[in-house]
Design a binder for this molecule. Structure first.
Ligand SMILES: [Zn+2]
Length: 320
């Protein structure tokens, strides 16, 4: 499954954009693996700058950079997919190989994509891993492995936009993409300030997060919050807490006076509901957009909208 950023090419006013639209349809068909479509008949790759991004979050940021310069982004993961748990199809590998640039988060986020990425690289794909270039930090506690959730700090994604623009200059030779990257970075820096302003509305002693998995390390450092506990151990969404871990977390929820537990739209909420019940407290369960953008119309259907929506949901839950 994959989908294309329809609408992005609509904002490109040039003739190149019109060609991008036609080529984008062909690429989307190839990615979807429709029978009867000859991949060799997808137009002239020399004209069209095509980018494949792994997550919807990277698809949104890269989409803004690429659209500004007359390119188009296809995203492998559909809205609502958990990036820790996505298995690519052979059509996904073909899309990566056909594209001018593949953008992934890296740092172990896309666990299911590892072998497909290796195959795509062997077949000539150019891959940009943004996470390792964004000052990655270890998870909290005793872990020494690096935390992949860099996008939860908007200022890091502003730097990612610049990196993506510069990489597109490298692969296409078109300097316009460098300006596009910087322009997108400026827009994201403004979003960072808006997110910060919303989150600063929460009194310092109420800035306590309990979340479904350990995805808020960069967020808590960037916006001055504290993560009091996570339900799923190990940094991804792929483990299960033991009953004693869940009981200890319920105790934390009780003693720390936690008002809300934050779930993740890309993951089932059953464990969170169980924790809320076990705490015996009046505690709200609030779903945030963590591993994926929201659907069209949700207000979280762009990266900027996603992070602003999260900030407002957190502030409402902790102040109310
Ligand atoms: Zn995660």
């Amino acid at each position: 499954m994959s989908w294309t950023w329809s609408g992005i090419v609509d904002r490109v006013p040039t003739g190149r954009g019109a060609r991008a639209a036609a080529g984008g349809i062909a690429l989307a068909l190839v990615v979807a693996g429709c029978a009867g479509v000859d991949p060799s008949a997808t137009g002239s790759p020399g004209d069209l700058v095509t980018v494949v991004a792994s997550t919807t979050i990277l698809g949104s940021v890269a989409g803004q950079v690429a659209a500004c310069g007359g390119g188009e982004v296809t995203t492998l993961m559909p809205v609502g997919a958990d990036p820790h748990d996505y298995s690519p199809s052979s059509a996904d590998v073909a899309a990566m190989v056909e594209s001018d640039l593949v953008i992934v988060n890296g740092l172990g986020l896309e666990e299911g994509l590892t072998s497909a990425l290796a195959t795509a690289r062997e077949d000539g794909a150019t891959v940009l891993e943004v996470g390792p270039a964004l000052d990655p930090q270890p998870f909290g506690g005793s872990s020494d492995s690096l935390d992949p959730h860099v996008w939860m700090d908007v200022s890091r994604m502003a730097r990612a936009a610049t990196l993506i623009g510069d990489e597109l200059v490298e692969v296409t030779g078109d300097a316009a993409f460098g300006d596009c990257g910087r322009r997108t970075a400026e827009a994201l820096s403004e979003t960072d300030e808006e997110v910060r302003a919303v989150l600063e509305g929460v009194p310092a002693d109420s800035r306590t997060l309990v979340t479904d998995h350990d995805a808020f390390g960069y967020f808590s450092r960037a916006y001055d919050y504290t993560v009091a506990g996570v339900v799923i151990p190990g940094g991804s969404t792929l483990a299960q807490p033991s009953s004693s871990e869940l009981a200890a977390l319920a105790e934390t929820v009780r003693t720390a006076g936690v008002k809300a537990i934050f779930a993740n739209t890309a993951n089932p909420t059953a464990l969170i509901e169980a924790l809320a019940r076990e705490s015996g407290q009046q505690v709200a369960v609030v779903e945030l957009y963590v591993g994926s953008l929201g659907p069209a119309g949700s207000g979280a259907d762009t990266y900027q909208g996603m992070m602003l929506t999260n900030a407002k949901l957190i502030a409402d839950a902790l102040v109310g």
